[in-house]
Write a protein that binds this ligand. Sequence first.
Ligand code: CU
Length: 149
Amino acid sequence: MQKMIRRGLVMLGIIMFCLNAQAQIQVKDAWARASVLQQKSTGVFLQIVASQEADLVAVETKAAQSAEMHEMRMVNDTMHMQEIERVHLSAGQVVTFAPGGMHIMLMGLQRPLTVGEDIVLKLSFEMKNKKRKQIEVKAQVRALGEAAK
Ligand SMILES: [Cu+2]
């Protein structure tokens, strides 16, 4: 009997390990705002949902020199952008980056982003066990007026 319980616990441990290994992070509806010739920065918007707690800790793209996560803050009646170090994702909860709110800021654009093209972003997540996980995301470039789509 004891042996069976022990075997059961080992099995449970294996199952838990597998579940952990399969932590899923889904990114939906990623898009970037088109830019004009002299423009050096633009925003990327998307939705993220993680099956387990995680933090978005970094964004990279070849389309720009740097990419930061920003939030909007009201300071003395004026909206300001502020960099955020990490964005926490609770298990199963959708986190939205949208115009007027949290966004990914691309700075030092290598060239203008034109409507219809795709840019590739690499999102780095830190999982609860401190392990890093990278996800590649394609963001479609859309015009300003299409923001509501
Ligand atoms: Cu910004």
